[in-house]
Design a protein around this ligand. Structure first.
Ligand SMILES: Nc1ncnc2c1ncn2[C@@H]1O[C@H](COP(=O)(O)OP(=O)(O)OP(=O)(O)O)[C@@H](O)[C@H]1O
Ligand SMILES: [Mg+2]
Length: 186
């Protein structure tokens, strides 16, 4: 299976989400955007301006939708679009969806860094003003995402590390698992 994670907006969580999913699924990870993935996920992660299309791979796509990215987006079983609750991020997300929806309808909007219950609804209704039939998921603000990149452990590995991490990451792990399970079942 091919999974793409994309948004031209930076800082929405593409890299920790794609790394964690790739590691939990035992998939390769490729990106057209600089990050630490090659050092934290050795032999499995690769950064290049023109990522190759391969099976069992998660793609972390930053920046603008370039021509090399299009065939990978088309071939993706799912495209995750992380967005956070700020004006710019919602604006860029709407633009990203407009560009991608004609290529692939399997879009999953992941509302990241939510701090209160209303954040999820705010982003959802702002985006739903422009589109029908989108599916939304939530990943609340959590240190887990910084830790995953710093330690090279997936969210699942981090969660299971100690009794303390289980209690600290309980909610965000449950939210993450609903996304992971979309792909584990297949
Ligand atoms: N729920 C969450 N989901 C994703 N990231 C989160 C969450 N909560 C906190 N963060 C933090 O938000 C930041 C997201 O920035 P990050 O650079 O990973 O995003 P990105 O979309 O890959 O950006 P870029 O396009 O610049 O590479 C990270 O520091 C991460 O630790
Ligand atoms: Mg990134």
């Amino acid at each position: 299976m091919i999974i793409s994670v994309i948004n031209k907006k930076g800082g929405v969580g593409k890299t920790p989400i794609s790394f964690s999913l790739a590691k939990d699924l035992g998939y390769y990870l490729q990106s057209n955007d600089n990050s630490v993935i090659e050092s934290i996920y050795p032999d499995m992660a690769k950064i290049s301006s023109n990522p190759e299309i391969i099976e069992n791979c998660v793609y972390d796509f930053g920046g603008f939708v370039s021509s090399g990215v299009l065939p990978i987006l088309k071939a993706s079983a799912a495209i995750l679009i992380p967005t956070s609750n700020d004006y710019n991020s919602i604006l860029r997300t709407v633009e990203t969806i407009e560009e991608i929806q004609p290529l692939n309808e399997n879009l999953f909007i992941v509302v990241t860094k939510t701090e209160k219950e209303s954040d999820f609804e705010t982003v959802k209704s702002a985006i739903n003003q422009h589109f029908d039939n989108l599916e939304f998921f939530e990943l609340r603000l959590s240190k887990a995402f910084k830790n995953t990149i710093e330690t090279g452990l997936s969210l699942t590995e981090l969660y299971h590390e100690t009794p303390l991490s289980k209690s600290a990451y309980k909610t965000v792990y449950r939210q993450y698992k609903t996304i992971l399970d979309l792909f584990k079942g297949e």
